[in-house]
Write a protein that binds this ligand. Structure first.
Ligand code: ZN
Length: 231
């Protein structure tokens, strides 16, 4: 069931209150925590509210449950507000679930942009997400000290400045086009930017960031074990 199957897709709007539900009657659900990014089983902390939502097509309704839940990671204990269907499907999570990503060894400005791209995606702002990924390309060029009149020129220059697999440089050209379409109404390479495009562009951006900043530091950490580790 998706929220679009309701007459009023806004699941925060109650058609008719059904019952207040005790804590132990609320099923746990699997979520990726928006606060710590860990996958976990989230139980309810204070009970919840059950209410009816009329369906858009038939005259029937579903009984949905609103509840406050807590992240099971003891270092996090982050709270989320969820709305689930009668079949335990997650209809809404606030704050929204985030795509998983590691920011270790990534320069602060680039990490901040990638985080913003992920936040835009989680909020359903897919064009804004694509624009952030394009900005990340700008920052990669700046970080490598590449200059040029346009981003196209700078990405060309980047190929001569840093070592990355050819596929990732090609990916940058695609991401540039996507971000360009997101920013300009006359753009035409991509018909639209939906959840999937936004998600793929973030996955590619993560691979680029990983290859540029994180592989090297893993190798360095391994190497440092040779001199500092036990004989
Ligand atoms: Zn958490």
């Amino acid at each position: 069931m998706s929220i679009d199957s309701f007459e009023i897709p806004n699941v925060f709007r109650v058609d008719q209150v059904d019952a207040v539900v005790e804590n132990n009657k609320i099923y746990s659900i699997q979520l990726r925590c928006p606060h710590c990014s860990a996958l976990g089983t989230f139980g309810s902390v204070v009970g919840g509210l059950r209410y009816k939502k009329r369906k858009a097509i038939s005259s029937s309704y579903d009984i949905v449950t609103a509840a406050v839940r807590m992240c099971p990671n003891p270092k996090c204990c982050g709270l989320v507000f969820t709305i689930t269907s009668s079949a335990q499907e997650t209809l809404s999570v606030s704050p929204p679930e985030l795509l998983e990503c590691s920011f270790e060894d990534v320069p602060a400005a680039i990490a901040a942009t990638l985080k913003e791209a992920i936040a835009c995606h989680s909020a359903g702002s897919f064009r804004a997400s694509a624009m952030m990924v394009r900005r990340l390309l700008e920052e990669l060029c700046e970080d490598a000290g590449v200059e040029g009149r346009t981003l196209h020129d700078r990405l060309k220059g980047l190929r001569t400045k840093i070592t990355l697999p050819e596929e990732l440089f090609n990916a940058m050209d695609e991401l540039k086009a996507l971000g360009n379409d997101a920013a300009h109404i006359e753009a035409k390479s991509y018909a639209m930017i939906d959840r999937e495009e936004a998600e793929l562009s973030i996955e590619l951006a993560k691979e680029i960031v990983k290859a540029r900043f994180q592989h090297k530091s893993l190798v360095e950490r391994l190497k440092s074990r040779k001199t500092t580790g036990a004989a």
